[in-house]
Design a protein around this ligand. Structure first.
Ligand code: GDP
Ligand code: IMO
Ligand code: MG
Length: 439
C-alpha cells in the first residue's frame, strides 16, 4: 500500500477529528469469545485492524485456507492484503515473540512496514517481566492464574514510569542507558541480566528487526480516520478481565473495554461508529476467580470437549458454564454496546436442555440482577436459570438466523431481551464462512 497516512495539513486546517469510521470489537465475557475470527471476517472490508491493549497473553484463533493460525500480538486483519495491522499505544509488546510471530505469519501474509505498524508509544515486555510474573504467581497465596507472559509486571512498570517504550527500545543507545539505569537501581534486575544472557541477547537482537515497523501509529490513525478510512479495533481478553470493571484481582492489567480503546488510542469518541460485543452462547474462563455459572458436571465437560475449550496461549483447560445474562447485561452497559455477535451456537446443538442465567440469589442480598464489585459476594451467588428445550440437529453453518431451529431462535430472542441489545450475527463454526446473518 503506497498511502503513508502522514498528516499533511497545518494548524490553519480543521483538527483531524472525524465522525464514524471506527468499529470496536470487544470481548464481552472472560476472553476467548472468538474476537480474532470476527476481525478476520470483517477485515476484508476495513483499512485497518488495531490492537489497543494487552500483549502476547492473547491467543486469537483463525482458519486461513483451512490452516489454523493463532495470533498473539499481530491483529487478526493481517491476512487481508488491503488491511494495515497496528499494534498501538496501550499494547505491551514482547519483541522476541513478535519477531517469531511475524516469521510464522509471513507464509500467509505480507509482513512489511507498510502493512504492520508498531506504536512508538507502546511499552516493552522484557525477560525480567516474565520472570517477575512467574515468581509472583508461585509466591501468591491465591494465584491469579496468569499466562506468565509478564503482562502484569510490564504494565506495573509502565504505571511506575520506569518502563521502556518502543521508541527507546529500538535505539541501541537509549536501550543501553535504560538497561544500565535499571541494573544500577535494582540488584535483582542486575542479577537477571547477568544470569539470563541468552534471553537478553535475543531481546536486544529483536530491536533491529522491529526498528522499521515503529512509527507514530496513533497520529497516522487519526489522520486515516479523518480521511474516512474504516478502522477495526480488536479487543484482547474480555470485559470481565478489565482492570477497572472486571473481577479484580482476577483480571488482566489493561483496559479491555470500549472506553479503554478510545483512551488508549487517543482517538475521538466521535469517530466510533459501532461497539460490538463478541460473546459465546455459553461462557468460559481461564485462570482463577469467581464464575457464577460454572458447570462442574458432565455438561461442563461436554461443552469443554465439544467446544475444544483449551487455551490458545497456554493450552490450559477452560472452565465452562451457561450463558450469564447478568454478566452480559453488565458488559453491554460498561461498553455501550450496539449489538453482539454470538459465537458457538453450533456447540450447544444436541444438548437436550440449555440454560440462561437470568439473576443471582445471594444469602444476604436476596435476588439480584446486577453484577457486583465485591468478589466475595460474587462468589456466594447462586445462579437463577431459565431452561429452554435444546435444538437436536446440527445447525446450518451459513445463511440467516431465521434458518435456525425454532428452539435456537427462542434462546437467542431471550438473550436479546435480557441484555437489551440485538444479536447481529451468529457463529456456527471456527471458519471464515461459518456464520449466520440477521435477515
Ligand atoms: P479469541 O481469543 O476471542 O479470539 O478466541 P480464541 O481463538 O481464543 O477462542 C475461540 C475458539 O472458538 C477458537 O478455537 C475459534 O476457532 C473457535 N470459534 C470461534 N467461533 C466459533 C463458532 O461459532 N463455533 C465454533 N465451533 N468454534 C468457534
Ligand atoms: P484472549 O485475547 C482468556 C486471563 C488469564 C488470567 C488473567 C490474568 O485470547 O481472549 P495475564 O497473563 O493477562 O496477567 O492473566 O487473565 N487471560 C485470558 N483469558 N483469554 C485471554 O486472551 C486472556 N489473557 C489473559 O488466564 O486469568
Ligand atoms: Mg483467546
Amino acid at each position: 500500500m503506497s498511502e503513508t497516512y502522514e498528516f499533511r495539513g497545518n494548524l490553519e486546517t480543521k483538527p483531524v477529528i472525524n465522525d464514524s469510521t471506527v468499529t470496536i470489537l470487544v470481548g464481552a465475557q472472560w476472553g476467548d469469545e472468538g474476537k480474532g475470527k470476527w476481525v478476520d471476517i470483517l477485515g476484508n472490508r476495513s483499512h485497518f485492524s488495531v490492537r489497543y491493549q494487552g500483549g502476547n497473553n492473547a491467543g486469537h484463533t483463525l482458519y486461513i485456507d483451512g490452516k489454523k493460525v493463532v495470533l498473539h500480538q499481530i491483529p487478526s486483519g493481517v491476512f487481508h492484503p488491503g488491511n494495515i495491522s497496528v499494534l498501538s499505544c496501550g499494547v505491551v509488546i514482547n519483541p522476541v515473540a513478535l519477531v517469531k510471530e511475524m516469521a510464522e505469519v509471513k507464509t500467509l501474509a505480507e509482513v512489511h512496514p507498510s502493512r504492520i505498524w508498531i506504536s512508538s508509544r507502546a511499552h516493552v515486555i522484557t525477560p525480567w517481566h516474565m520472570e517477575c510474573d512467574s515468581l509472583q504467581e508461585s509466591q501468591a497465596e491465591v494465584p491469579i492464574g496468569t499466562t506468565k507472559r509478564g503482562i502484569g509486571p510490564a504494565y506495573s512498570d509502565k504505571a511506575s514510569r520506569t518502563s521502556l517504550r518502543m521508541e527507546d527500545y529500538i535505539h541501541p543507545e537509549a536501550r543501553s542507558k535504560w538497561l544500565e539505569r535499571m541494573a544500577s537501581s535494582n540488584p535483582s534486575f542486575a542479577l537477571h541480566l547477568a544470569k539470563e544472557e541468552h534471553a537478553w541477547s535475543e531481546f536486544n537482537k529483536a530491536a533491529a528487526l522491529l526498528k522499521d515497523y515503529v512509527c507514530e501509529a496513533e497520529f497516522r490513525l487519526r489522520y486515516a480516520a479523518s480521511l474516512g478510512k474504516e478502522i477495526l479495533l480488536e479487543g484482547a481478553q474480555g470485559t470481565l478481565l478489565d482492570i477497572n470493571h472486571g473481577t479484580y484481582p482476577f483480571v488482566t492489567s489493561s483496559n479491555t473495554t470500549a472506553g479503554g480503546a478510545i483512551g488508549n488510542l487517543g482517538i475521538s469518541h466521535r469517530s466510533v461508529k459501532h461497539v460490538i460485543g463478541i460473546a459465546k452462547a455459553y461462557v468460559t474462563r481461564v485462570g482463577g476467580g469467581p464464575f457464577p455459572t460454572e458447570l462442574l458436571d458432565e455438561t461442563g465437560e461436554i461443552l469443554c470437549e465439544k467446544g475444544r475449550e483449551f487455551g490458545a496461549t497456554t493450552g490450559r483447560k477452560r472452565r465452562c458454564g451457561w450463558f450469564d445474562a447478568v454478566a452480559m447485561r453488565y458488559s453491554v452497559e460498561v461498553n455501550g454496546m450496539d449489538g453482539m455477535y454470538l459465537n458457538k451456537m453450533d456447540i450447544l446443538a444436541g444438548i437436550p436442555q440449555v440454560k440462561i442465567c437470568v439473576a443471582y440469589d445471594h444469602p444476604r442480598l436476596g435476588r439480584v440482577t446486577h453484577f457486583p464489585s465485591d468478589l466475595k459476594v460474587l462468589a456466594e451467588m447462586t445462579p437463577v436459570y431459565e431452561s429452554f428445550p435444546g435444538w437436536k440437529s446440527d445447525i446450518k453453518t451459513k445463511g440467516s438466523i431465521s434458518d435456525l431451529p425454532v428452539e435456537a431462535r427462542k434462546f437467542i430472542a431471550r438473550i436479546e431481551e435480557l441484555c437489551g441489545v440485538p444479536v447481529l450475527k451468529i457463529g456456527t463454526g471456527p471458519g471464515r464462512e461459518d456464520f449466520l446473518l440477521r435477515s
